[in-house]
Design a protein around this ligand. Sequence first.
Ligand code: ZN
Length: 211
Amino acid sequence: MECPICGSDNITVLKSKETSAKSKHINDYLLRCNECEHVFKDRVTQKNPISCRLIVSENENSKKTSINLYPDEVLKCGEVLLADDGQVKVNSIETREGRRDSALVSDIKTIWATSLEIPARIGLSIDFGGKVKSYKLDLNRDFEINTNDIIRIEDYTLKVHIIKTGSKKLSTGSARADVIKRVYTKPIDLKTYDYNLTDNIVQINFKDDYY
Ligand SMILES: [Zn+2]
């Protein structure tokens, strides 16, 4: 809001009043400019929120729900929304014209999102020189794994070689569990380790080849 006389945005709200009409929300303000002391009225009108279809994935499961959003706001992929069951991150937005990276809320058909209230599920592979043992692990979303970390799992001590995230393969550096897809490790002959992830195992697979 700006002063209509001097154009300053250094404004004090003297009074405000909210009115809810059928499809909109009206805020009336009595304002004073701190530069020229002019007192004036202003009105901000916002359309009432509308219900959008929301599909939240929690690992293998997905749940249909809905969320109320303002129709004249723009929603972008990557944004975090507060849904009924907690925070979700928007992965994909479907409009009548197809999938979009961002869209006006009133154009949205369905929002696809991932729950941020559940642990991150990552894969971990142990390369036994041809045979691969593979795990699914649930980790805190902000748990950080570095290349060269020494991990204990069951009776194995492992060294991290490669961390694969959604967008790249890291042979040096680190990543948070919520972006990691899979960690590639090799067994090493050590008794000490940085951390033990045995309690985080949710699934184990043995395979005779790489994948
Ligand atoms: Zn002014």
